[in-house]
Design a binder for this molecule. Sequence first.
Ligand SMILES: *Cc1c(COP(=O)(O)O)cnc(C)c1O
Length: 416
Amino acid sequence: MFSEKLLEIAGQAEIELAPIFKRIDEISFKNTERVLDAFRENRVGESMLTSTTGYGYDDLGRETLDKIYAQVFGAQSAFVRHSIVNGTQALTIGLFGLLRPGDVLLSVTNRPYDTLCEVVGIDGANGNGSLADFGVRYEQVDFTKDRKIDFDAIEKKLTELGDKVKVVFIQRSKGYLDRPTLSVDEIGEICAFVKARSGAYVVVDNCYGEFTEDKEPTAVGADMIIGSLIKNPGGGIAESGGYIAGTERAVELASYRLTSIGCGTEVGATLGQNRSLYKGFFMAPHIVAQALKTAHFAAYVLEKLGFDTNPKYDEVRSDIIQTIKFGYPEGLIKFCQGIQSASPVDSYVTPMPWAMPGYTDEVIMAAGAFTQGSSIEISCDGPIREPYIAFMQGGLTYESGKIAVLVAVQKLLEEK
Ligand SMILES: *Cc1c(COP(=O)(O)O)cnc(C)c1O
């Protein structure tokens, strides 16, 4: 079914990627060890996998999973809830938990993720209850011309704005921007730099980053990390949810926005979701490894065919996103349609660009997933804007990820 040339490149890919795959396996082993230790030390038992209803008081499964997330992420405290609808809501909970009128939110990694812009009110007050509507000012530092963190500009902002800066915001992953992803060590450098100059909370949008390295930003000084369970930490098994982990106080403040002031994390029925949240977290290091291998494989094949990729096939990763720059809309659209056609669910559907809620440009999304929108499952998407970059991520198994890449590439070459 695949052309001879393509199969030859695929074979070569696996020879050259062998040492990289070995390194990924080692990270997965370390992370699995940490997860398993946390399960054992917290004495996870069958009764925790069951359910509560109503207020959900004393749900030992929920309370223990919170502790497990905190321990694995090197944080003092955490909460994980199936009822958080997506990453954007988790981020909203975190930001509204920490920021007050008159405070400044300083993003040091360019613009935050598309869906957060409305939440923050980046273009000013929007009347919808954004942070800007509540008198929280937004400030931003871009990357330098050589795509590095601009420490001089951060220093200037911190000096100029003083203790008005309540939150320094870092987005680990590139999101929908053509920018580098930050490693955990780089995030640690920013944390140290900020903490030497300011009392601000350092908050990290950790989406897509979890388990790609052997530690998370909370282990290197971040006050709060935030992510989605239909990405990495859900392990492809959690059907919905989000988490926040960090220092005791930061997580407590966020918990008052999660439920209400006073109630915090002590309420919230788990409605039968504990089992999949536990199982997903247990699987997550391995599933992330599958996704990483798929990303490296995609980069290798597309590079050999002359496409511009980021990261390059042999680069060390800190998220599961692989971008491919097509430069023309049809390339992006065809590639996404190819990924969809190789998915286990809805393979017969042809995705088209559409105006998704929360995004400014039209977006095309290939997502033939068991869980709707789950991007730890193989998925490929991108906004229909210059320079027409596909953002590919996920792969529950390397084998299926590899097949999806080959199908999409074949489709792309046929159409050319
Ligand atoms: C996915 C993602 C989010 C949150 O998006 P949702 O679709 O609301 O889950 C935020 N930031 C980044 C970098 C992301 O990748």
